[in-house]
Design a protein around this ligand. Structure first.
Ligand SMILES: Cc1cc2nc3c(=O)[nH]c(=O)nc-3n(C[C@H](O)[C@H](O)[C@H](O)COP(=O)(O)O)c2cc1C
Length: 315
């Protein structure tokens, strides 16, 4: 199945800048879109809820002005991430704002619900749903999602344990719609590899934390630059859902990363800003990150590497 126009028009590299709790905000999203990749942010990053209206107005107006001034390099579309879970009491209100601003792409996480998909389809938008295994993928498509984001092992934030090969191969047995791959993708060759294995686009999070536009502390950005895959710890202690975190941030909170207790599921709080502010989420791909740069510079590097990898394979 051909990729929908929304995911192709003005997209100069097949990449979505993944939504990052607390970290993604309009300056990062705008930089990503103008650099030619899809930029995104979680609706919950706009606090209080009324700020979402302001952010969507800012992003929409700024991108329209960019497009008018740069007709040959128009901005890629943007996406808003909605956490579909009973603890997200803002969902209805935030979704109404997505409809008001006709947000081109909505990324739904955790729960797949028909009402959200219908609301986004009502104005011509598309919904991508993120999943960590095939069962959830089938459920999301049954409920009307347009595409899938396969979150493989090694991804930053809440992550699964399946190999990217296993996930993509399994999903491609029955689904020929838009499929994105997420988890430890941090150079252009890996973007091409995602496509070679059957995904349409790469979904990249952690590398964008180490950019100037990211709303993260300097210490967090530097720890990403200094850390390697072996410095990533997989635990469900902090939010009740398994995810990947920087070992250094766990040590800094006085905990032993080698001996973390299991979480108490009854106290699950995946959206706790406190947990994410102190314990820093991060994927395993950061060995490829060696400095804090502007988001456009990071996209440029990815594009250069992607083009070089294509050339090398074609030779
Ligand atoms: C600090 C951090 C916060 C995240 N917050 C969210 C979020 O709010 N919603 C979401 O759907 N995914 C979230 N993710 C997951 C990313 O969207 C994406 O799946 C992941 O970063 C991809 O793996 P990578 O970091 O190895 O590139 C987060 C990831 C990180 C590292």
């Amino acid at each position: 199945m051909a990729l929908p126009d929304i995911l192709k028009t003005n997209v100069r590299l097949p990449v979505v800048g993944a939504p990052l709790f607390i970290i993604s905000h309009p300056p990062l999203v705008l930089a990503q879109c103008k650099a030619g990749i899809v930029g995104s942010f979680p609706a919950l990053n706009a606090r209080p809820a009324s700020q979402l209206d302001e952010w969507l107005a800012e992003i929409t107006e700024n991108l329209a002005a960019h497009d008018a001034a740069n007709p040959d390099t128009k901005a890629a579309p943007f996406a808003v991430n909605q956490i579909v879970h009973k603890s997200n009491v803002r969902l209805e209100e935030d979704l109404a704002l997505c409809v008001k601003y006709k947000v081109p792409i909505v990324i739904s996480s955790l729960g797949a619900v028909e009402e959200l998909n219908q609301a986004v389809h009502s104005y011509g938008g598309i919904v991508l749903h993120d999943i960590i295994h095939d069962r959830h993928a089938r459920n999301a498509i049954k409920r009307g999602a347009d595409g899938l984001i396969a979150v493989a092992t090694g991804a930053g934030g809440h992550a699964g344990t399946l190999s990217p090969f296993a996930l993509i191969q399994e999903i491609r047995q029955w689904f020929d719609g838009p499929l994105l791959l997420s988890g430890a993708i941090a150079n252009g060759g890996a973007v091409l590899a995602a496509q070679a294995m059957g995904a349409d686009m790469a979904y990249i999070g952690s590398p964008f934390i180490a950019t100037r536009e990211a709303r993260a502390s300097d210490g967090y950005k530097q720890m990403i630059v200094d850390s390697k895959a072996a410095d990533i710890v997989y635990s469900n202690l902090f939010t009740g859902i398994h995810g990947n975190y920087l070992k250094g941030s766990i040590v800094a909170q006085g905990m032993d990363p080698e001996n973390l207790p299991e979480s108490d599921p009854s106290k699950m709080d995946f959206g706790s800003a406190k947990a994410w502010k102190e314990i820093w989420g991060c994927g395993q791909g950061i060995g490829a990150i060696d400095g804090v740069v502007g988001a456009a510079e990071l996209v440029e590097r990815l594009k250069r590497e992607y083009d070089a990898a294509r050339k090398k394979l074609a030779a």
